[in-house]
Ligand binder design. Structure first.
Ligand code: ADP
Ligand code: MG
Length: 266
């Protein structure tokens, strides 16, 4: 077979195998190989590596779109000096994602504005960059979506969908008390992920002791915390709100509601 026929066949086969990156880089790689007198095996190695790298990029992009992150925040953009309550070494250790491979949970507790969602999103971004599937939702979204699923008799497949990602972020536990059916669904989810050793990153403005207030009964809260805490890193952030601190440091008055809740008259 002539070289021209082989070349055409390679192009056609790459196209039919959907190896688009190899196809796009075929000419360049062959030319370089000729100039640099590379071996055939080196040419193949280069093309396949480019194909895999492009696939990985596409996978990250798809996972990123499906993750539903509320914003793009990274661990690198977290100002540890501004929040000395957050142990930098622990967060850096978590960024290695060892916790994900070991199916451990991360629980971020603290009042509003201290950076819980930022850190949770940062861990999610780190997981996405390494090719993991991630799903981010607030507890309120979990409740809303699970109610819709229940109405359509699809609660099972909804929960199944939440078991697939290697990392599930559950944000804002504690703002709303849960009705029994919603609390049961939350428990089922945590229990199933626990059984499958899949990680959850969770944030809450309530300490664990206050979780009884969120749940319709204390036994359910205890059972859920039991699963969550069995393999977990808990980070308690007691500091003040990042934005308020910045306003204060900039010499700006804090908003009126922080002065005894009295609103200005005009
Ligand atoms: P929380 O979820 O604890 O209520 P957020 O993570 O939403 O707080 O933080 C509120 C805002 O302040 C976000 O825009 C976040 O990026 C920012 N922020 C909070 N803490 C820090 C920090 N230490 N460094 C940089 N940005 C921060
Ligand atoms: Mg938050």
């Amino acid at each position: 077979m002539s070289a021209a026929v082989s070349y055409e066949r390679v192009r056609d086969q790459l196209s039919r195998l959907k190896l688009d990156t190899s196809l796009a880089n075929l000419d360049g790689t062959l030319e370089r190989a000729q100039k640099e007198e590379k071996l055939t095996v080196e040419v193949l190695d280069e093309l396949l590596a480019m194909e895999l790298a492009a696939r990985f990029e596409r996978r990250i992009e798809t996972n990123r779109k499906l993750a539903g992150l509320p914003s793009f925040k990274t661990i690198e953009s977290f100002d540890f000096q501004a929040q000395p309550e957050v142990p930098k070494a622990t967060i850096e250790e978590l960024s290695t994602l060892r916790f994900l491979h070991q199916g451990e949970n991360v629980l971020l507790l603290g009042p509003c504005g201290v950076g819980k969602t930022h850190l949770a999103t940062g861990l999610a971004v780190a997981a996405l960059a390494r090719g993991h599937r991630v799903y981010f939702l607030t507890l309120h979204e979990l409740v809303t979506k699970s109610r819709v699923a229940r109405e359509r008799n699809r609660l099972g497949s909804f929960l199944q969908m939440l078991l697939r990602p290697e990392l599930l972020v559950l944000d804002e536990i504690g703002y709303l008390p849960l009705e029994r059916a919603d609390a049961t669904c939350f428990f089922e989810l945590v229990n199933k992920r626990y059984q499958q050793q899949k990680s959850i990153v969770l944030t809450s403005n309530k300490s664990f002791g206050q979780w009884d207030e969120i749940f319709p009964d204390a036994a359910l809260a205890t059972a859920l915390l039991d699963r969550l805490l069995h393999r977990a890193t808990t980070i308690n952030i007691r500091g003040e709100s990042y934005r308020l601190r910045h306003r204060r440091q900039a010499g700006l008055a804090t908003p009126p509601l922080n002065h005894g809740g009295v609103l200005p008259t005009n």
